[in-house]
Design a binder for this molecule. Structure first.
Ligand code: GLU
Length: 171
């Protein structure tokens, strides 16, 4: 069972995301990841296996992450796609500005993915989750309102899911 966290505030986000993900470790997971907005740019960090692996990875990026104050994080229990770094969340869209963490299953992801590929979306993972990233990004590009974009995209989704979503243009 996975876990999702999100934070916006005045404190350094990486520490908060890691603390909160640690509290969810008991649920069981196979990989983890975070996305932050650092100096106006979305940055994604992921690791297979234990949360300690991503904590170790983040030590190498302290300079670029320390000023960030908004972010989302995830520990994954794979349902679609093997438990690899590529399949770990957060996932993103073609432009890389929208990031998403997801708990649950998108039952109709295959049909949606086929349609999105026809429309030019480039998929990098085997997950059902990435479909949602492309779908919301597509709606956002039309309506320019993230909440409305999520609402419109969710009308097309079948399954049980919780989502955490962040966009670079909305820090
Ligand atoms: N279905 C998604 C995946 O396989 C989310 C799984 C979860 O809830 O951790 O990546």
């Amino acid at each position: 069972m996975c876990g999702i966290v999100g934070y916006i505030g005045n404190k350094s986000v990486v520490e908060i995301l890691m603390d909160e993900l640690s509290k969810l470790e008991y649920r069981g997971y196979d990989s983890s990841g975070i996305a932050i907005n650092a100096d106006g740019k979305i940055k994604i960090y992921k690791a297979e296996g234990k949360l300690q692996n991503i904590k170790d990875l983040l030590k190498d990026y302290e300079n670029e992450t320390k000023s960030a104050k908004i972010g989302i994080g995830h520990i994954r229990w794979a349902t679609h796609g093997s438990p690899t770094e590529i399949n770990a969340h957060p996932h993103t869209c073609n432009c890389g500005k929208l990031v998403i963490v997801h708990n649950g299953i998108i039952e109709n992801f295959k049909e949606l993915k086929e349609e999105l590929i026809k429309q030019g979306c480039v998929f990098t993972s085997q997950t059902d989750t990435e479909t949602v990233a492309h779908l919301v990004a597509q709606e956002y590009n039309k309506v320019k309102d993230l909440t409305e974009a999520v609402r419109l995209a969710s009308k097309k989704l079948q399954g049980a899911y919780a989502l955490g979503i962040m966009h670079q243009d909305l820090p």
